[in-house]
Design a protein around this ligand. Structure first.
Ligand code: SF4
Length: 255
């Protein structure tokens, strides 16, 4: 049943190419030996969450100075990349010094490679916290997850840690400027493309009013064999329907 990708074992990785970000250098501010996340998504290509919490304690996060040295080295080595992307082994905003790392990374970017976009993949579970919300303003591309617009679907698809609420997630998303929402749609024994789930998700997007929404399905190995991929023609139809309904730019990706 477990069929997943290995965790990142370095502070920076890549460059990787994606249609959304171009050539992107990944930044992993999370430990190498366990996945630290406030979600345990059914489809996570890193497998099950080992440290499942929104307030990690006793976790050996990488040292700030060491992370910044790695970012500087990577930017000097790959100055031609399009993006420097915070992602990695779980939820990056759970690093206790996340805002300081991001602010310093932005200064490094400005000095060494000002054309490089600073991007973040986050699950939005901390975006309502004032210090994280302020830090999100440092990103050119804050890409935050929303897979569900109702608590029951959130519980099934994302399996949030204790203390995480949909209300807080929506508060954080609404407060984030130039927000890009990213949604993973799945089918199978758990689905967020039922009529009811799509209705609440589209209503949540309408209330958040992000700059753009990117939808896709899983194309990596996933930890749960019951997760089924949503085919491109359905993704395209959902994107078109939600754009018509909300006026928000919703784009479907399938690679
Ligand atoms: S939020 Fe991201 S890292 Fe965390 S479990 Fe979900 S897919 Fe995996």
């Amino acid at each position: 049943m477990v069929n997943v990708l290995p965790l990142e074992t370095t502070l920076t990785y890549g460059p990787l190419f994606s249609r959304r970000l171009g050539r992107s250098l990944g930044v992993n501010v999370l430990p190498f030996n366990c996945k630290v996340c406030s979600f345990d998504c059914l489809y996570c290509h890193y497998g099950r969450t080992t440290m499942h919490t929104v307030s990690p304690e006793g976790v050996a996060f990488p040292d700030v100075a060491v992370v910044l040295q790695a970012i500087e080295t990577a930017l000097r080595r790959y100055p031609y990349v399009d993006a420097l992307t915070f992602s990695g082994n779980g939820e990056p905003t759970l690093h206790p010094h996340f805002p300081a790392i991001v602010a310093a990374a932005r200064r490094l970017r400005d000095a060494l490679a000002p054309h490089v976009k600073l991007a973040l993949f986050s699950n939005a579970t901390t975006a309502h916290l004032p210090h994280i919300q302020e830090s999100l303003g440092d990103f050119d591309l804050p890409i935050l997850k929303l897979d569900a617009g109702d608590p029951a679907t959130l519980a099934q698809v994302n399996r949030p840690a204790a203390g995480v609420t949909l209300e807080d997630i929506l508060t954080g998303l609404k407060a984030t400027s130039h927000l890009i929402v990213q949604s993973v749609l799945i089918d199978g024994k758990v689905s967020n493309i039922t009529a009811e789930a799509l209705e609440t998700w589209a209503a949540a997007l309408d209330a958040i009013r992000p700059a753009a929404v990117q939808i896709y399905s899983t194309d990596y190995p996933v930890p749960d064999a019951g997760v089924e991929r949503v085919p491109p023609y359905i993704l395209k139809r959902i994107a078109s329907d939600v754009t018509k309904r909300t006026g928000i730019n919703v784009e479907a990706f399938w690679w």
